[in-house]
Design a protein around this ligand. Sequence first.
Ligand SMILES: NC(=O)c1ccc[n+]([C@@H]2O[C@H](COP(=O)([O-])OP(=O)(O)OC[C@H]3O[C@@H](n4cnc5c(N)ncnc54)[C@H](OP(=O)(O)O)[C@@H]3O)[C@@H](O)[C@H]2O)c1
Length: 224
Amino acid sequence: MMTVLVTGANRGIGLEMVKQMKARGLDVIGTARKPAEADELRATGARVEQLDVTDADSLAALAETLKGVKIDMLVNNAGVGGQAPESFRDTDFAAIDWTFEVNTLGPMRVTQALIDNLDAGQQKTVVHISSVMGSIEKNRGGYYGYRASKAALNMMNKSLAQELGKEGYTCVVMHPGWVQTRMGGPDAAITAEVSVKGMLDVFAGLSPDDNGRFYDYQGESIPW
Ligand SMILES: NC(=O)c1ccc[n+]([C@@H]2O[C@H](COP(=O)([O-])OP(=O)(O)OC[C@H]3O[C@@H](n4cnc5c(N)ncnc54)[C@H](OP(=O)(O)O)[C@@H]3O)[C@@H](O)[C@H]2O)c1
């Protein structure tokens, strides 16, 4: 059975992803910063593990706990929206630092911590939940930290794809759409159910030919 690990799985897109993956019969490990409070995640029947993607001790503990466990697909989903200043003049650099810590360095740390588990898996797939807001071509202004953190995540995925692609890995970035979650807000265009159903259909069709690509939840390519 295929084993998937999803970060930031206690709410939003991550939680919905675990629910739908379980419904598709996958073996799922969902991580949460505070597992004791992750009632909805536990209710899915997934294995629940603690993980803060910015915390070296938490990452080391997860790697130790999962030693010897094969992971076929890692979904680096955990993320933060960061500061949304109207103007560059109001930029809070500490907020940008934190956004990069979580959104860019976080996924790199998780992938590094679990690389032995992924090496042992069959599918060798790493998915980064990025955003169209990380597309330089489609930038319509604002959200300096968030946009830059996702653009950097996209670049990191491409570098990873170059290196790990030679070992049979498929590393992709996904835009989930504008989704009704705490981050996306109630006025967002689509529900988490619709976003995740689309993304799981895309995941199911991934092959090494997709290594290094950037797709939305409907499988459309997004320009860098
Ligand atoms: N919603 C959208 O419209 C949209 C659009 C494009 C891309 N995305 C991307 O989709 C992903 C999921 O977003 P969402 O809408 O589901 O957001 P969300 O509802 O705000 O959920 C974010 C998740 O990330 C976790 N998280 C935050 N910081 C973390 C850390 N340091 N370590 C581990 N987990 C951490 C949160 O855990 P806690 O509960 O502990 O805070 C939560 O589980 C993000 O990468 C986001 O950038 C979302």
